[in-house]
Design a protein around this ligand. Structure first.
Ligand SMILES: CCCCCCCC/C=C\CCCCCCCCCCCCC/C=C/C(=O)SCCNC(=O)CCNC(=O)[C@H](O)C(C)(C)COP(=O)(O)OP(=O)(O)OC[C@H]1O[C@@H](n2cnc3c(N)ncnc32)[C@H](O)[C@@H]1OP(=O)(O)O
Ligand SMILES: Cc1cc2nc3c(=O)[nH]c(=O)nc-3n(C[C@H](O)[C@H](O)[C@H](O)COP(=O)(O)OP(=O)(O)OC[C@H]3O[C@@H](n4cnc5c(N)ncnc54)[C@H](O)[C@@H]3O)c2cc1C
Length: 663
């Protein structure tokens, strides 16, 4: 039997309706249809071929990406694609490029931070790509500490302009995507100075390049910051360095929704919180959570299909060897990642609805849910990107040696993905933001009832004293037992930190001293959100034979896997006995055997095309070995029998007549 037959057999084992599961994964039938249409459009168009990418040099690779982006823009216009379709199209093209910054950051920054007048002027230009923008916040010396940025924007009364300047080497903007070679404009974050007074960091629209011939404008120095981790992965993007030598822009190019500077040089803070200036980061963090489930599902799909095809050991009578997916150790590493992909998918949907709600409230000048939305987005960004980056690497290992080949699709996926742990808020820094929110919520509880994702803190008294009543492994198959365990662990960790901070004379000092524990408490809080959201999702109607049941199994796998992984927390907080923790682990192993027959069908439900996966190991048809061999044959080193350099550097060594004694 070949891999093709193995996957065919696996698909027959499925206990649920795969087509219905595809809809559940996508969120709705319409969402499925849009993404499916765009996936096929990209996969069937030779312009979007990407197998040659690993062999291209940086310049060729960059040019090739520009070509694809231009063609994609033509398709978007010619086919009158909707915003949603265009987003999926870019997603399936699968090469980071300047349009990510244009659509994910530049346009949202104008929308979220521009005044009505500014939006009227700049948005049509950006939305029709007459200008191309980037988000220039991070500098050589400061990324996380936004208030520490050094670039200055000094108001000049006489000319009614701001003077944008890079006073030091360390104030050079460093990292913004698309900035080195493509962007014509940037939202530049700089310290506002009026009459020698500092008014904090604000965003300014600055033109970098001529719209006539694309040359850099006077006073601007811009370039690429150099190759990044992994060859093909993120090197299609021109992350840039940018310096200003007293560049002048009109006063009306400061983003003026949150605060304004008048013609007279008066600084006016409007009635919206100044944190709204960070709104672009919040919206992109939500997109990043959604991206996490896509990246993880991609890696899991490759590793699962390959694990069903790969056989090692176990043949005693000349019969077939054991499929590696049947090893319990393989299952215990793979299936929690499969469950995590679904968990992240559902939590990202929930986060999107939370953001929509916050947006509507902001329009009505209700800012009450902003701190919670910030904490949720920051925390879930951190949790999902960290787990996804680790998960992709685990999938590479699950594929043994072949996982290390570029043709497996995993090394480049990892290299592309791993900076998500750093950009848009370094993960530890983000968890500390969650901790601030939690500690503050606890300290305000005597006069303010916690709401939303923090509402369980309001039930602190029972949660501090309850004990787990699980007695058998089956008792763990109960959503309320699971939620109670996660709530109790989180509440006890947060309260413990809060009480210890309160003992410090200086609270900031206490916070710093306890920051490692605080990060763990924040993680416990965020895991509770993911687990509860999964459980809530299962309370909704989910059509299709066996779909809900399969998702229930995955939900328990996700929760009990976390419980097992973090059992130290659950035991240390005194909620569980070691016997109950061990029962949870027994149940987890039983659940793995329920996932096993459905594993291939579950990864098929992601509806990933072979083009998108770009993996010989993850091919839908399972024809792995012949295609691995074929891919290897195509390597440029195999173009000729005698490679360049052999005659020059190897032959002379072979032809030396040295005697051992002389060596
Ligand atoms: C084969 C492989 C290839 C595969 C390729 C596949 C490619 C696919 C390609 C395309 C697909 C298309 C779809 C794309 C989707 C992809 C996603 C998009 C990716 C975009 C690309 C990435 C580009 C990256 C950009 C960046 O990184 S931009 C820079 C981001 N920078 C940061 O995030 C900085 C982090 N720092 C901060 O956020 C803050 O400064 C801080 C740490 C929060 C500051 O803290 P603090 O000093 O306390 O701040 P204060 O200003 O004093 O605030 C105090 C107060 O405010 C609260 N606060 C803080 N922030 C917020 C906020 N945002 N909202 C509300 N409130 C906030 C804070 O909690 C305090 O509150 P209290 O006073 O109450 O305590
Ligand atoms: C691929 C990529 C693309 C990017 N694109 C853009 C872009 O388009 N536009 C843009 O403006 N920026 C961009 N960035 C920059 C990115 O946003 C920053 O790198 C990120 O915000 C982290 O900041 P930093 O580099 O200053 O890290 P640092 O803050 O210097 O982090 C270094 C270490 O210090 C720790 N640390 C920092 N502060 C604290 C603290 N208070 N407490 C405890 N530990 C702390 C961190 O946990 C980390 O371990 C990009 C970065 C990458 C890698």
């Amino acid at each position: 039997m070949e891999g093709v037959d193995y996957l065919r057999d696996e698909r027959k084992k499925s206990e649920f309706d795969v087509e219905a599961m595809k809809v559940a994964w996508a969120g709705s039938r319409e969402a499925f249809q849009v993404s499916d249409r765009m996936a096929k459009l990209v996969a069937n168009d030779p312009v979007f071929e990407k197998f040659s990418k690993p062999t291209l040099g940086r310049k060729e690779m960059f040019k090739n990406t520009l070509r694809k982006a231009a063609y994609a823009w033509k398709l978007i216009n010619d086919l009158h694609l909707t915003e949603e379709e265009a987003k999926w199209l870019r997603h399936y093209i699968d090469e980071p490029n300047y349009t990510d910054l244009q659509w994910e950051m530049f346009v949202p920054a104008l929308e979220g931070q521009g005044s009505e007048e500014q939006k009227r002027k700049w948005l049509p230009l950006a939305q029709t790509m007459q200008i191309i923008g980037t988000y220039a916040q991070t500098e050589l010396a400061h990324g996380s500490n936004v208030q520490g940025l050094e670039t200055t924007a000094t108001f000049d009364h006489e000319t009614d302009q701001f003077v944008i300047h890079s006073p030091t080497l360390t104030s050079s903007k460093w990292w913004p995507g698309g900035m080195a070679k493509v962007a014509t404009h940037a939202i530049v974050y700089a310290r506002l100075i009026i009459d020698g007074h500092f008014y904090g960091v604000h965003g300014f629209i600055v033109q970098l390049r001529s719209l006539e011939d694309h040359s850099t404008l006077p006073g601007i120095t811009v370039g690429d910051i150099g190759m990044k981790f992994g060859h093909g992965a993120y090197n299609t993007m021109d992350n840039g360095v940018l310096r200003f030598d007293r560049v002048r822009i009109p006063r009306n190019q400061m983003l003026m929704r949150v605060s304004q500077v008048t013609k007279e040089g008066k600084y006016v803070q409007s009635d919206v919180p100044r944190q709204l200036a960070y709104g672009t980061m919040v919206s992109v963090r939500q997109t990043i959570v959604s991206d996490a489930s896509k990246a993880l599902s991609r890696a899991v799909c490759i590793a699962t299909r390959y694990s069903a095809i790969r056989r090692q050991f176990g043949s005693h009578d000349g019969g077939p060897e054991t499929q590696v997916i049947d090893y319990k150790t393989q299952q215990s590493r793979l299936f929690p990642l499969l469950a995590s992909a679904f968990a992240f998918r559902f939590v990202s949907e929930w986060l999107k609805s939370l953001q929509t709600d916050v947006k509507q409230r902001l329009e009505a000048k209700d800012f009450s849910t902003l701190p919670e939305a910030h904490a949720c987005t920051a925390g879930l960004k951190s949790l999902t990107t960290a787990a996804t980056a680790d998960g992709i690497e685990e999938c590479r290992k699950l594929c043994g040696g072949h996982g290390y080949l570029i043709s497996s699709g995993l090394p480049e996926l990892y290299a592309y993905y791993v900076p998500a742990c750093t950009y848009e808020g370094e993960n530890v820094v983000m968890m500390l933001q969650v901790a601030r929110f939690l500690v503050k919520t606890v300290s305000e509880m005597s006069y303010k009832q916690p709401v939303g994702t923090a509402d369980y803190l309001g039930r602190m008294a029972p949660l501090m004293h309850n004990n787990c009543d699980v007695q058998t492994a089956e008792d763990w198959l109960n959503p309320s037992a699971i939620v109670k365990a996660f709530e109790t662990r989180a509440v006890r960790m947060i309260v413990d930190c809060s009480q210890r901070i309160a003992k410090f004379e200086n609270q900031e000092e206490g916070f710093a001293e306890l920051s490692t524990d605080l990060v763990e408490a924040s993680l416990a809080h965020c895991q509770l959100i993911v687990v509860s959201t999964f459980i809530q999702r299962l309370k909704q109607e989910i059509p299709g034979k066996g779909v809900k049941q399969s998702l229930e199994v995955l939900c328990y796998v996700y929760a009990l896997y976390l419980l097992h992984k973090h059992q130290g927390d659950f035991l240390a907080t005194g909620y569980l006995t070691s016997k109950q923790a061990s029962l949870a682990n027994d149940q987890l192993k039983t659940l793995y055997s329920k996932v096993r027959p459905n594993a291939i069908a579950l990864v098929d439900s992601f509806n990933h095309t072979d083009h998108y996966l770009s993996s010989v190991l993850g091919r839908y048809d399972g024809n792995v070995y012949p295609k691995l061999y074929e891919a290897a044959r195509k390597d440029p080193l195999n173009d000729s029998d005698i490679a360049d350099g052999i005659n020059q550097y190897v032959q002379p060594i072979l032809k030396q007549k040295l005697h051992l004694a002389k060596l």
